[in-house]
Ligand binder design. Structure first.
Ligand code: PLP
Length: 368
């Protein structure tokens, strides 16, 4: 075995090569590059999969959050509560609107700790952005209760949670809107940047669509100023080819996670990913914890196993948020986890032989 990659996008391409090549050729022949048929088809398919009324595609998952916040009227003087553990898109988009991101420490599942939310709410608070990190549900039912009691919007960041569920309900259907990324490495990935927003709210949907396309619904009729954040035809075509495989790929991820779980359960001080009761974890990332994380990562790297850390520094502790003067003692859980977490190779096409190799190297590390 020479190398176990962290993700293998080529393996997935090869498994659907003919369909991808065909759709690309067709779209190029039709010069259906921006907007048009293929974008509409994908939007309809994705909305149908989720059983929601509107899917508004856009350029990427970051824009999806920004556009949603902006069209919910959030801006200067407002505060938005979110988790301390996420990719920076979740919080940088809050700042982009002029609002202030307010970070909350995580629970044992690395999602926002619902017990700590209420004391961060004040008269300026307008919304909560829970992130279903790694593919696992945040405590969305409790979050919804808090949001209802305090008249706050919920925007679910589903960038890592395609087809994930809580209580047999798809994540992305709990709030006023939800945002998705189709970055190539995500569970449903395009071959470039892509994203979308889901909502059942008709008037919001119209605003979102307008804002993402220069403030127009009809060419040259600019009702407001907007931005240029569109899904292109080629990406839409690729996503439509991939979408019918998403359930199968998700099951493969879950099976791979079960295999890791079974074989890594009692190895050294390693902690396998905890799974929230009643939730369907779709393992965008398979994240273990160990007190010797750095040494383990180095050992695996020396032995040809690629791993990653999601994320090495909690959001409130980043240089970018120095101005918020966050106190590390307010984030004890996430700051402990950031030194322990390690993401193992995880993708649908990962073979048992490859996983056995990863597992044996991890065991070697703890037995040396
Ligand atoms: C990937 C990601 C995003 C942003 O998506 P892009 O398409 O890369 O802009 C937002 N939030 C989370 C949690 C992500 O993992």
């Amino acid at each position: 075995m020479n190398q176990i990659p962290f993700v293998d996008l080529k393996a997935q391409y090869l498994s659907i090569k003919e369909d991808i090549d065909n759709v690309l050729q067709k779209i190029i022949n039709e010069t259906a590059f921006i907007g048009g048929k293929y974008v509409q088809i994908f939007e309809n398919e994705f909305a149908k999969l989720y059983g929601v009324k509107h899917c508004i595609s856009c350029a990427n998952g970051t824009d999806a959050i920004y556009i949603t916040l902006k069209m919910l009227g959030i801006g200067k003087g407002d505060e938005v509560i979110t988790t301390a553990a996420s990719w920076i898109s979740t919080s940088e988009t809050i700042s982009q609107t002029g609002a202030l991101p307010v970070f909350v420490d995580v629970d044992e599942y690395s999602t926002i700790n619902v017990e700590l939310i209420e004391k961060k709410i004040n008269s300026k608070t307008k919304a909560i952005i829970p992130v279903h990190l790694y593919g696992q549900s945040a405590n969305i039912v409790e979050i919804r209760k808090i949001a209802e009691e305090n008249s706050l919007f919920i925007i679910e960041d589903c960038a890592q949670a395609h087809l994930s569920e809580y209580n047999n309900q798809l994540l992305g259907t709990f709030g006023i809107a939800s945002t998705f990324s189709f970055y190539p490495g995500k569970n449903l990935g395009a071959y470039g940047d892509a994203g979308c927003i889901l909502t059942n709210n008709n008037s919001l949907a119209q605003k979102l669509r307008m804002y993402a396309n220069h403030g127009t619904l009809k060419k040259h009729e600019h009702i407001v100023e907007g931005i240029n954040s569109r899904l292109d035809g080629l990406q839409a075509g690729i996503l439509s080819v991939k979408l019918p495989h998403l359930r199968k790929w998700t099951e493969q991820r879950i099976n791979n996670a079960k295999y890791y779980d079974k074989n890594l359960k009692n190895v050294g001080d390693l902690v396998i990913p905890p799974v929230r009761i009643d939730s369907k974890h779709t393992y965008h990332l398979y994240v273990i914890k160990s007190s010797s994380r750095n040494k383990l990562k180095e050992y695996l790297s020396d032995n040809g196993v690629r791993t990653a850390i999601h994320y090495p520094k909690a959001l409130p502790l980043l240089e970018a948020y120095k101005y918020l003067n966050c106190n590390i003692t307010d984030y004890p859980v996430v700051s402990k986890y950031q030194d322990e977490i390690l993401s193992l190779p995880m993708f649908p096409e990962l073979t048992t032989v490859q996983m056995d190799f990863v597992i044996s190297k991890i065991k070697d590390f703890f037995n040396q």
